[in-house]
Ligand binder design. Structure first.
Ligand SMILES: Cc1cc2nc3c(=O)[nH]c(=O)nc-3n(C[C@H](O)[C@H](O)[C@H](O)COP(=O)(O)OP(=O)(O)OC[C@H]3O[C@@H](n4cnc5c(N)ncnc54)[C@H](O)[C@@H]3O)c2cc1C
Length: 488
C-alpha cells in the first residue's frame, strides 16, 4: 500500500526544506522528496543554495577577501606579511566542510521534526477526481514507488541557463558548480554574464590573482540596481579590484583546444574582438526546473519560459498543489523561496482547519524582498530604484550619505560607497533604499523592517543608532531626505 501523507514536498532547497519544516511544526505529516547528489554521489539536502550556491560562494568570497586584505590592506595597519600565498585546495576543503555541516544539518532538522525524507526524483501523477489524494512517483535508479498526499508543494528550483555556443564540461567551461570547485587559480578567466553570480565568481578568482574579463550582453552595467549604485560599483570593481567589464557585447563564437578557450565577439562599438582565456565561467542566469515534474496530461500550468504559474498565494491551477521558490515568478533568491515555503505551509494548515478566507491568507510581499550582491564593496537594495520612480511618475525625495564620512567605516578601512533613501515627496513614506559599502548585506535588514512597517524617512531619522556604527550611515541618509544630515 502507498505511504500516505498530509503534504508531499518535491525539492529540498530553501523553498522545499523550509516548507517541510513549517508543515511539520504545524502538525502536518510531511514527506520531502529530493534527488540532489553531491560530487561524491551521496544524497545531499539543501538544494542549489546549500550545495552549490549561496553558502559555498560566500565561503569562497570570505577566503578570497581575507587573502586580498592581507595582500593589500594589512600594510596600512602596520602588519607586515612576507611570501603570502594561497592554498586553493585548502580553501576549497574549508568550503566543502561548511557545505557538509549545513546539508547534514538539514537531515537532522528533518529527523527532529519527524519529516520523512525520500531520495529520488519526484513526479506528480494524474488523478481522476478532486476527492482523490495526489499520487507522486518517486524514482531512484531502477527503484520506483508511489506515495500519496492530500497537498503537494513543488519546490524544484532552477538550473544554470545553457549558452547555445558552448557546452559546460566543468573542466574548462564552468557553471557555478565548476567555478566553486577549481583546484588552482586560472591565469586568465573569462566570465560570460555580469549578473550576481558572474560578479561574485569573478571577484573570488580576481582577488586570488586571475586576470578576469567579464563579457555582458546588456548595454549597461547592473541595470537592475539603482543607477548611482551601479555606477559606483563599476568604478570600484574596475579601478580597484581590476575586473575588466565589457557591456553591450555580442558573442559570435567560442572555440576550445587543449590550451585555451577563444571567444570571438563584437564589442559595444561594433568592432570585432577576441578574448583568450584558460577557463570560462558561463553565468547568464538560471532557468526554472519544471521539465518532467508532472506527468503529461495532469494539466499543471507552466508558462513559455518554464515557470509554474501561480497566484499571489503560490497556488497552481491544480487544486491543493502549490509551487514556491525559483520555479515560480519573482526574484530567484533563497530568502524569497523560504518565505514562500513558510506562507504555503501556513496556508495549508489554515485550509486543513477549513478557515481559508482570502483576507487572512498568508502570502509573501515581493515588493519588499531585499537583494544583495556579496562583492566588495557589497551591494544591497530593497524597493524601487530612482529609474523606476521616474518611469512611474512618482514624486520623490532623496537622502544620501557616504561611508567615507562614517567613523566606523574609516576604522575598518572600508570607505567606498553610500546609502541612499528614496522617500515619497508628499507622504515621506520610504519607497526604496539602496546601498553600496561595507556589510550592507546586514544593514539592509533595517531598511526592510522600515519598509515592511511602512515607515517614513522621518521615522528612521528619529531612531537612535549606536555610535560608532555603520548603521549611522543609514540614519544620516534618512536625515538627508529632509536636508538635515549632520556630518556632511
Ligand atoms: C552561485 C550562486 C550563488 C547564489 N547566492 C545567493 C545568495 O547569496 N543569496 C540568495 O538569496 N540566493 C542566492 N542564490 C540563489 C539561490 O540559490 C536560489 O534562489 C535558491 O536555491 C532557490 O531555492 P529553491 O528551493 O527554489 O530551489 P533549489 O535550491 O534549486 O532546490 C531545488 C531542489 O529540488 C531538487 N529537485 C528538482 N527537481 C526535482 C524532482 N523532480 N524531484 C526531486 N527533487 C528535485 C533539486 O535537486 C534541488 O535539490 C545563488 C545561486 C547560485 C547558483
Amino acid at each position: 500500500m502507498a505511504k500516505l501523507f498530509d503534504v508531499a514536498v518535491i525539492g529540498a532547497g530553501p523553498g522545499g526544506y523550509v516548507a517541510a519544516i513549517r508543515c511539520a511544526q504545524l502538525g502536518l505529516n510531511t514527506v520531502c522528496i529530493d534527488e540532489w547528489k553531491n560530487s561524491e554521489g551521496t544524497p545531499s539536502l539543501g538544494g542549489t543554495c546549500l550545495n552549490v550556491g549561496c553558502i559555498p560562494s560566500k565561503a569562497l568570497l570570505e577566503s578570497s577577501e581575507n587573502f586580498e586584505r592581507a595582500a593589500k590592506k594589512f600594510g596600512e595597519h602596520g602588519i607586515k606579511l612576507e611570501n603570502l600565498s594561497i592554498d586553493v585546495p585548502a580553501m576549497i576543503a574549508r568550503k566543502n566542510k561548511i557545505v557538509k555541516a549545513f546539508t547534514s544539518g538539514i537531515a537532522m532538522l528533518f529527523k527532529k521534526n519527524k519529516i520523512t525524507s525520500m531520495h529520488g526524483r519526484g513526479m506528480l501523477l494524474d488523478r481522476q477526481n478532486e476527492n482523490q489524494l495526489w499520487n507522486i512517483q518517486v524514482s531512484n535508479g531502477d527503484q520506483s514507488e508511489v506515495v500519496q498526499a492530500e497537498f503537494v508543494i513543488l519546490a524544484t528550483g532552477s538550473t544554470p541557463r545553457p549558452f547555445p555556443l558552448v557546452e559546460i564540461d566543468n573542466d574548462k567551461v564552468l557553471d557555478n558548480v565548476g567555478a566553486l570547485a577549481l583546484s588552482e587559480v586560472p591565469k586568465r578567466l573569462g566570465v560570460i554574464g555580469a549578473g550576481v553570480i558572474g560578479l561574485e565568481m569573478g571577484s573570488v578568482w580576481r582577488r586570488l590573482g586571475a586576470e578576469v574579463t567579464i563579457l555582458e550582453a546588456q548595454p549597461g552595467f547592473l541595470l537592475s540596481a539603482d543607477e548611482s549604485v551601479a555606477k559606483e560599483a563599476q568604478k570600484v570593481f574596475t579601478r580597484e579590484l581590476g575586473l575588466v567589464i565589457q557591456t553591450g557585447v555580442d558573442i559570435n563564437s567560442i572555440k576550445q583546444n587543449k590550451q585555451q578557450i577563444s571567444i570571438a565577439y563584437t564589442d559595444s562599438n561594433k568592432e570585432s574582438q577576441k578574448l583568450e582565456v584558460d577557463k570560462l565561467v558561463v553565468a547568464i542566469g538560471r532557468v526554472p526546473n519544471s521539465k518532467g515534474l508532472a506527468s503529461d496530461g495532469n494539466g499543471l500550468s507552466v508558462n513559455s519560459q518554464g515557470f509554474i504559474e501561480v497566484d499571489a498565494y503560490c497556488r497552481t491551477n491544480l487544486p491543493s498543489v502549490f509551487a514556491v521558490g525559483d520555479v515560480v515568478r519573482g526574484p530567484m533568491l533563497a530568502h524569497k523561496a523560504s518565505e514562500e515555503g513558510v506562507a504555503v505551509a501556513e496556508l495549508i494548515a489554515t485550509i486543513k482547519k477549513q478557515a481559508a478566507n482570502n483576507e487572512s491568507l498568508p502570502k509573501v510581499d515581493l515588493a519588499v524582498v531585499p537583494w544583495v550582491i556579496y562583492t566588495s564593496p557589497e551591494i544591497a537594495w530593497v524597493g524601487k530604484t530612482e529609474q523606476m520612480l521616474k518611469a512611474e511618475n512618482i514624486p520623490y525625495k532623496v537622502g544620501q550619505f557616504p561611508f567615507m564620512a562614517n567613523g566606523r567605516a574609516r576604522a575598518l578601512g572600508e570607505t567606498h560607497g553610500f546609502v541612499k533613501i528614496l522617500a515619497h515627496a508628499e507622504t515621506d513614506r520610504i519607497l526604496g533604499v539602496h546601498m553600496i559599502g561595507p556589510f550592507v548585506s546586514e544593514l539592509i535588514a533595517e531598511a526592510v523592517v522600515a519598509m515592511e512597517f511602512k515607515a517614513s524617512s522621518e521615522d528612521l531619522a528619529r531612531i537612535i543608532h549606536a555610535h560608532p556604527s555603520l548603521s549611522e550611515v543609514l540614519h544620516e541618509a534618512a536625515l538627508g531626505v529632509d536636508k538635515r544630515a549632520l556630518h556632511i
